[in-house]
Design a binder for this molecule. Structure first.
Ligand code: OAD
Length: 261
């Protein structure tokens, strides 16, 4: 593991420039400077709330109103957040790289895609191949618990009563947030794609994740197994740090604009 002096930043920049394929693997820390709370930090969400009460299928079956109240609160909070210099640097690098750089994110906040739109400007749609793989789902999507229909959903949630919770337009079943909860499997197609991209990458740039939640946390290790290397950006060490070629101890918003080509 190494520190964060000018030489390390320069080395990271050179490595990223040289690399033919890069996966940027992000967690909650990349959005911290946008005002989205992380899960495990000092002010993390899991310090104030118990995941078992809010982020499991059992919790939803027990008390869907409470779970929707929490996701409605998070959606309201995230709607007011903007991409920060880290998201923008990644998006800019992606757009200039012609699909050399892919983003795999554990975040459900949509800020990587918003950054792509913001860099593209004039309401232009990001090309499909540059869209981030959101392996834990999206706060802006909902899925019917009865028929499985999934929709884009940016509505304001009224969780004051069971009867006011979102229901399916097709079958009137209860909708749920289309995010991955504890105890649930990730979408296997997305996960396979993420592992393949990581295995083929020369560099996995790991940003703002505690690397504690599996299977996501294993994705950067696929890059090492495939002969590539890790560059980590995080103010704190993580279980991946000892395996990183460069571990840059800093905030994503100040480090990424300095290292991305
Ligand atoms: P965590 O909250 O576990 O970790 C956030 C990481 O970001 C920590 O390692 C911090 O040190 C780091 N960090 C904080 N501020 C930062 C900054 N400005 N720049 C860079 N890094 C910063 O979040 P995740 O690792 O994303 O799962 O958590 C993984 C999963 O656990 C989430 O996707 C969610 C959660 O339960 C599901 O919802 C399924």
């Amino acid at each position: 593991m190494r520190g964060n002096d000018e030489a390390d930043l320069r080395a990271a920049r050179q490595e990223l420039r040289k690399a033919e394929r890069v996966v940027v693997f992000t967690g909650a820390g990349v959005s911290a400077e946008s005002g989205v709370p992380t899960f495990r930090g000092k002010d993390g969400l899991w310090k104030r709330h118990r995941p078992e009460s809010l982020a499991t299928p059992q919790a939803f079956r027990r008390d869907p109103r409470l779970v929707w109240e929490w996701y409605g609160w998070r959606r309201d909070l995230i709607v007011g957040c903007e991409p920060n210099p880290a998201h923008l640097a990644i998006a800019q690098a992606q757009l200039e790289s012609d699909a050399r750089i892919h983003v795999v994110t554990q975040n459900v906040d949509g800020l990587h895609e918003l950054a792509l739109r913001s860099v593209l400007g004039q309401g232009r749609e990001p090309p499909e191949r540059l869209r981030p793989l959101e392996i834990h789902g999206s706060i802006y999507r909902s899925r019917c618990t009865a028929c499985g229909r999934e929709i884009a959903d940016r509505s304001v949630i009224d969780a004051s009563r069971l009867e006011s919770l979102p229901t399916c337009l097709e079958c009137h079943g209860l909708m749920r947030p289309a995010v991955v909860w504890y105890g649930e499997a990730l979408d296997s197609t997305l996960l396979d794609t993420a592992f393949t991209l990581a295995a083929e990458a020369d560099i996995c740039l790991v940003v703002g994740t505690s690397a504690l939640v599996h299977p996501a946390a294993a994705i950067p290790r696929a890059t090492i197994a495939g002969g590539g290397s890790l560059i980590e950006v995080n103010p704190n060490p993580t279980p991946l740090s000892p395996s990183a070629a460069l571990s840059l101890l800093g905030q994503a918003g100040s480090v990424l604009p300095r290292i991305l080509p």
